[in-house]
Ligand binder design. Structure first.
Ligand code: KG4
Ligand code: ZN
Length: 413
């Protein structure tokens, strides 16, 4: 059975959101209020992100079972911090109640959801049953991502849904990245884009171009056939002996190369740059770097030159494909999201590319903290759907509410 959430769109909507798709445990609490047909006010009551990056650094990438264990360990303390912050701000969302007010049936239902996570169950009973949450909906990332990690967020969300009698709505992680670019930090508002709009998502797990023709649908029009762009950054960083996550490290070296005019004597390939589609491939580029560094002791200057050449190669490919996408699918706006969108050089090159196509195309980026994984974007995605789409929000029943590691954005709505 599917529970339909708030079919009559309410004026003010309180959303708790949870994100655990990779190595960031994150929770956020927002109140979204409709100002007009095209604008909602977003009050960010609390937004917390706990990164596990340091723990995964020694493996050179995210280790799924470690990620899962850490999410399970950290999510309740993070939620407690959110509740305390919310109470300090007198938001009225959480009120204290006696632990004994939680009926046995509710405890049993939570125990059933968390039968494989006894530590998480104990922590919820000990630390969260003493609160009542006045929330309209809980938004949780369903996928794509690492399934063991996603399951922790989903089962935690479902447990809170039972505890506070709140519907739980699954959100596609990529939808969160798209919508994050529409949030206006200065006015704290969210508005729909002009349609059609294209979105370029560049992260550790994805490289996608998505078309939005209305607020209800996303269509995937281009994607990577192998490695994602952030994955290529991380793998090349490893080959250069740089720590995980490698994106910011390569970006730092490449920037140094540009300022000091240090260039590579041999160019790296630009995979699929002239292919007759808007797909990408980055694994060959990583292999080319591997051959370049094999059996060689790199000087600091060699590393800088290679990092710069690598960044130029990926940026050249991105620019060409973006140009092709906008030629085949003319659109008025470009939304850019995902961890790699934190890269200043890539941002500048994207702006230049689009200005050359048509200076009236509006380009929007999330601020740098919102570019990497976070729960705030998951709450924004639900707020967007609630106020701007004609779709009903659905809270799936127990057996259909599953983590989906390969969830596609085209089928998410
Ligand atoms: O979106 P995100 O936080 O997680 C995924 O959903 O994958 O993206 C993380 C990725 C990592 O591969 C990281 O190296 C990359 O984003 N990244 C960057 C930069 N900051 C983070 N890549 C290039 N330049 C950056 N400044
Ligand atoms: Zn992401």
């Amino acid at each position: 059975m599917v529970r339909i959430v708030n079919y009559t769109k309410s004026h003010m909507y309180t959303i708790l959101s949870i994100e655990t798709s990779c190595d960031e445990t994150s929770v956020s609490l927002i109140q979204a209020t409709q100002k007009s047909d095209t604008e909602i006010d977003i009050q960010k009551i609390s937004h917390l992100v706990h990164s596990q990056a340091d723990l995964h650094a020694e493996y050179g990438g995210v280790f799924p079972s470690l990620a899962k264990r850490e999410h399970a360990h950290n999510i309740v303390p993070l939620m407690q911090e959110l509740i305390i912050e919310s109470q300090h701000k007198h938001s009225g969302v959480f009120v204290s109640q006696s632990n004994t007010e939680v009926p046995n049936e509710v405890r049993q239902n939570i125990a059933h959801i968390l039968e494989r996570e006894p530590e998480l169950y104990d922590n919820i009973v000990r630390h969260l049953c003493g609160y009542k949450g006045n929330i309209d909906a809980i938004a949780v990332t369903q996928g794509p991502g690492l399934e063991p990690a996603l399951w922790i967020g989903i089962n935690f969300a479902r447990s809170l849904g039972v505890l506070w009698d709140v519907p739980v709505v699954p959100i596609n992680h990529m939808e969160g990245h798209v919508i994050s670019a529409l949030f206006n930090e200065h006015t704290s508002t969210l508005s729909p884009p002009p349609f059609p709009t294209l979105a370029l998502l560049i992260s550790g797990g994805h490289t996608e171009i998505i078309k939005m023709t209305d607020p209800n649908s996303y269509t995937l029009i281009g994607k990577t056939r192998d490695d994602a762009i952030g994955e290529a950054y991380d793998k090349v960083a490893r080959l250069l002996g740089l720590p995980y996550p490698g994106g910011p490290e390569i970006a730092r070296l490449a920037e140094h190369g540009r300022t000091k005019n240090i260039t590579s004597t041999e160019p790296l390939p630009r995979p699929m740059i002239h292919s007759d589609d808007i797909d990408f491939s980055f694994s060959g580029l990583k292999t080319a770097v591997l051959y370049r560094v094999k059996d060689t002791t790199l000087t600091e200057e060699d590393k800088i030159a290679l990092a710069r050449e690598f960044e130029d190669a990926v940026t050249d490919v991105l620019s060409h494909k973006l140009q092709k996408a906008f030629t085949e699918h003319p659109a008025q706006m470009c939304l850019v999201g995902g961890g790699v969108a934190a890269n200043t050089y890539i941002r500048e090159r994207i702006v230049d590319t689009l200005t050359n196509i048509d200076s009236s195309i509006d380009v929007k980026f999330p601020n740098k903290e919102l570019a990497t994984d976070n729960a705030f974007m998951i709450a924004l995605a639900l707020a967007f759907r609630h106020f701007f789409s004609t779709l009903q929000e659905e809270s799936p029943s127990d057996n259909t509410f599953r983590a989906s590691g390969n969830l596609s954005i085209s089928s998410s709505l």
